[in-house]
Write a protein that binds this ligand. Structure first.
Ligand code: C2O
Ligand code: CU
Length: 475
């Protein structure tokens, strides 16, 4: 490290507080504690293709009994018998081939959340492919174009199937990116609704109120586990790629009040890093952090979930919950590496003369007095698509005058958020808080076809809060 670099590192160490200023080694030179992530890491899928630029895997969805809560067996819906499904890890520009087999009792599909891939690979039954019937197979085959943190899940009866355990992480690295962000750890957050016997609750439990509020699971999971343990060393940084795969739950996570450096999220690095003191993440979204363990050697603490206000009843009478043990090992502290502020150039999309659309997220009721949601008052079964042309940029105002927040997700394309203003970054999921609106710009770069956009509270999407976008070939 240059003398300028070590001087900065000492400053950061002092600023983090509690770190001995005379720590001898720089963080970059030492390893994580032995077996630091052994209890949490998500095992990768087996690559059956020797070509380093191709990840070719077999993926099978099937029900497997698992011990989620001690002493009880739960019939979890899994990919390859794993919860979450296997980690798929590639470099930008690599090819992913997935030989998928459906061994569930019902039809399914796989949607590659956030990936800018051809429409035929998007995994939406009825629009981009036929449902994959029980016993059926489908091969997904595409290039992963962008670095970032992504995930995969069914797009068939998705509130039920995601709620039962069908989700997995997909990480795309940029080989040119500095390695100085620390050793990577994927933290996939989800929850599950179990009854007293450990059995999965009916997907429609709670009836109309469940539809309206969305169904939050009773058991909080980190990488499929209740309260796993992560080992850290004071000052030795880890890069946490956080994915919210819960069907409804919003997360606010804190580890004491220790600062985290936010690098970006959905579509990779943001233009600049920011220091924050909590992780706030909505369903479907991803965030990318550098965590600098702040505690003295030999201490133990917990990462905690805090209730997040997303509308009526979401914080009332609810308590914080522990979700992961963080054990700081006895090894002496190391000096953390300074994370640069400038991360990447992201040019703002040119929106001069852009066609504008208003998407009003709406809640009503149908002729049976059941909850019916929609966009501009229209249930997705009756939706008329927004029209666009390859090469066109549009500006969408997503308005929410309902009493609940809705995490808005667009398939197939990244967008930039115009307001509320923030650090420039590429996103595919954004929270639209109750009685607020978000303006975004999106460019339909290529890949014509019929694409979905919807609320990622999957219970809301299920009762209609979803619309369609028809991207026509350019001239
Ligand atoms: Cu992650 Cu259409 O969804
Ligand atoms: Cu919603």
């Amino acid at each position: 490290m240059s003398s300028y670099g070590s001087w900065l590192a000492v400053l950061v160490a002092a600023w983090l507080g509690g770190l001995p200023v005379l720590a001898q080694q720089g963080s970059a030179d030492v390893a994580q504690p032995d077996n630091w992530d052994a209890e949490v890491a998500i095992p990768p899928a087996r690559d059956i293709d020797p070509d380093p630029r191709v990840l070719e895997v077999d993926l099978e969805a099937y029900v497997k009994p698992m011990e989620i809560v001690p002493g009880k067996m739960t019939a979890v819906w899994t990919y390859n018998g794993q919860l979450p499904g296997p980690l798929l890890k590639l470099n930008a520009g690599d090819r992913l081939i997935v030989h998928f087999r459906n061994s569930l009792p019902v039809p399914t599909s796989i949607h590659w959340h956030g990936l800018r891939i051809p429409n035929a690979m998007d995994g939406v039954p009825g629009f981009t492919q036929a449902p994959i019937e029980p016993g059926g197979e489908f091969t997904y085959d595409f290039i992963v174009p962008d670095a970032g943190t992504f995930w995969y899940h069914p797009h068939y009866d998705s509130a039920a199937q995601v709620g039962y355990g069908l989700y997995g992480p997909l990480v795309v690295n940029d080989p040119g990116e500095p390695a100085a962000f620390g050793d990577e750890l994927v933290l996939l957050l989800s929850d599950m609704s179990l009854d007293a016997e450990g059995q999965l609750q009916e997907p429609k439990s709670g009836g109309r109120f469940g539809d309206l509020f969305g169904r939050e699971g009773s058991v909080l999971l980190v990488n499929g586990q209740v309260l796993p343990t992560l080992k850290v060393r004071q000052g030795k940084q880890q890069r946490w790629r956080v994915i919210n795969a819960a069907r409804t739950r919003y997360y606010t996570l804190r580890y004491r009040r220790s600062p985290l450096v936010l690098l970006g999220g959905d579509g990779g690095l943001a233009a600049e890093s920011r220091t924050v003191d909590e992780i706030k993440i909505v369903p479907g979204q991803r965030l990318d952090f550098v965590f600098t363990p702040p505690d003295a050697p030999g201490t133990a603490g917990k990462l905690r979930w805090y209730p997040t206000d997303r509308g009526y009843g979401s914080t009332y009478n609810r308590l914080a919950e522990d979700i992961m043990h963080i054990v700081t090992v006895d090894d002496p502290a190391v000096v953390p590496v300074t994370i640069p502020r400038q991360l990447r150039d992201i040019a703002p999309l040119d929106t001069t003369g852009a066609h504008e659309e208003l998407l009003d997220l709406t809640i009503g009721s149908d002729e049976h007095q059941d909850v019916s949601m929609g966009i501009n008052g229209v249930h997705h079964k009756r939706a008329v698509p927004i029209m666009a042309k390859v090469g066109e940029t549009q500006v969408w105002t997503v308005r929410n005058d309902t009493d609940f927040s809705h995490p808005f997700h667009l398939h197939g394309f990244f967008f930039q958020i115009l307001s509320p203003a923030g650090v420039p970054e590429w996103r595919d999921t954004v929270d639209v808080p109750l009685h607020a609106e978000v303006k975004l710009a999106v460019r339909f770069d290529e890949r014509p076809g019929m694409w979905m956009y919807h609320c990622h509270i999957l219970d809301h999407a299920e009762v209609g809060m979803m619309g369609h976008l028809h991207v026509m070939p350019g001239d």
